[in-house]
Write a protein that binds this ligand. Structure first.
Ligand code: PMT
Length: 405
């Protein structure tokens, strides 16, 4: 169950050309399992129709005409009270000003004023309007009141000008929505460091030793930690994946760089989850120039790479409160995972069979067995890497609570 499943989300859409992006956002939120009620201002209706939203959400779209309908006196109160989150995207300078000053003269602004849930605003306007003194003052007022902002970003605008004021893409607003919903999660106030992807150990300037890790499991863990309210640092190798909104990214290439980044971030961290596949062996020396075929078969001498988890676990200070490893095994999974749990002094290890076609490297699913320092073992069924990550983060939060109790 993702953080967006079974959530009631109000999507206020105001009059901007970026309203077309709100259709995709409504669709994405609905596909993620949320119940989405869309509210259009009169100006928004000029850009997109109520029917468009109704078609993607499967629910009635509300407009100002509903203000004067049969349930008029309770509609905005009802919506504002039952929602888990109100997102206003795109939000014009006019609606920002109304929100800042408690003006309520259309369904979106009335509902926002009555809302008991968190509000997330995704501004969209011309750069001059965005940077103007009144708009910036309104933003400050709203931020001080705890209203969350997603964007805007720099880019080409409807006017043809380029500047700050472009609404974020729907996926980014969705990510920001998860972050706001996560504010009630069990990892609020906790720093969570997650590693993802396989390292690349250079042989020469064009070749390296790598492995099959895609980073999917690690990125899913970072998202699950954001959903749980954590302050997340994602140390990752080159994966080509889009990082979850809200993470602090640290890109690395080699096991040496990953060790350095983990050591720097471990200080003050509450949780470390090593989902990455760092190298165990690496070339002792990378050739300065490209190795030539005509020079014969190269003799590449290997050395042991530093073990990041062992280094962290053996630290007298700065060891995160909860340290979690993964065990990538091709045989004797439980036995090997148990040995790693003990040798690396972990609180929990997730063993996965990397030879199974539906688990381990690169695929979308995983079948993990969790082993705990107190001897407990918990085999989990086949599930998506997203679900596996959510299960792991639930156990991490529980371990943190018992350790800190
Ligand atoms: O990235 P995906 O394609 O989604 O695949 C997910 C995964 C299979 C990579 C992941 O689920 C996983 O198993 N990650 C650990 C891979 C690994 O290196 O396993 P290991 O059994 O060799 O290492 C045990 C633990 O020690 C791991 O937590 C690893 O991060 C850590 N380690 C390993 C080597 C090293 N030099 N330093 C380490 O800290």
């Amino acid at each position: 169950m993702s953080i967006l499943s079974d959530k009631h989300i109000l999507l206020g859409v105001t009059g901007s050309i970026a309203a077309y992006k709100a259709v995709d956002l409504a669709s994405k939120l609905t596909q993620a399992g949320s119940q989405v009620d869309v509210l259009l201002t009169a100006a928004a209706e000029k850009f997109v129709s109520a029917l468009t939203f109704q078609s993607v959400t499967g629910r009635k779209t509300f407009t100002d005409a509903d203000l004067w309908g049969g349930n008029a006196h309770v509609l905005h109160v009802g919506l504002g009270h039952s929602a888990d989150l109100m997102v206003i995207a795109p939000c014009t300078a006019n609606t920002l000003a109304k929100l800042a000053h408690g003006q309520a003269n259309d369904l979106v602004s009335i509902t926002a004023l009555a809302a008991q849930c968190p509000i997330l605003v995704a501004p969209a306007m011309d750069v001059g309007m965005y940077t103007s003194v009144p708009t910036q003052a309104n933003i400050r007022i709203l931020q001080e009141r705890g209203i969350a902002f997603a964007g805007p970003t720099e880019g080409r605008m409807a006017s043809g000008l380029t500047g700050l004021g472009r609404m974020l893409e729907p996926g980014e607003v969705l990510g920001a929505s998860r972050q706001v919903l996560g504010r009630r999660g069990p990892l609020v106030g906790k720093k969570v460091v997650v590693t993802a992807g396989g390292t690349r150990e250079p042989i020469d300037p064009v070749r390296f030793i790598a492995n099959h890790s895609s980073g999917k499991q690690g990125y899913a863990l970072a998202q699950a930690a954001i959903d749980a309210g954590g302050q997340v640092v994602l140390i990752h190798t080159q994966t080509g994946l889009i990082p979850p909104v809200g993470v602090q990214q640290i890109p690395v290439d080699t096991v040496g760089e990953m060790l350095e980044a983990v050591l720097a971030e471990a200080a003050g961290a509450d949780v470390l989850v090593m989902a990455a596949a760092p190298a165990d062996f690496r070339p002792k020396q990378a050739a300065v120039n490209k190795l030539k075929k005509r020079d014969g078969l190269p003799q590449i001498e290997l050395e042991y790479a530093p073990d990041i988890l062992e280094t962290i676990s053996n630290m007298e200070e700065n060891r995160p409160v909860v340290v979690v490893g993964f065990a990538a095994e091709s045989h004797s999974l439980i036995q090997n995972a148990a040995e790693k749990l003990k040798a690396k002094k972990l609180d929990m290890i997730a063993g996965n069979d990397v030879l199974a076609p539906d688990a381990g490297f690169a695929v979308e699913t995983n079948r993990i067995t969790l082993l705990f320092a107190d001897g407990r073992q918990e085999p989990l069924p086949l599930m998506s890497k997203t679900e596996a990550a959510e299960e792991i983060m639930k156990r991490v939060a529980a371990l943190l609570e018992t350790t800190l109790a």
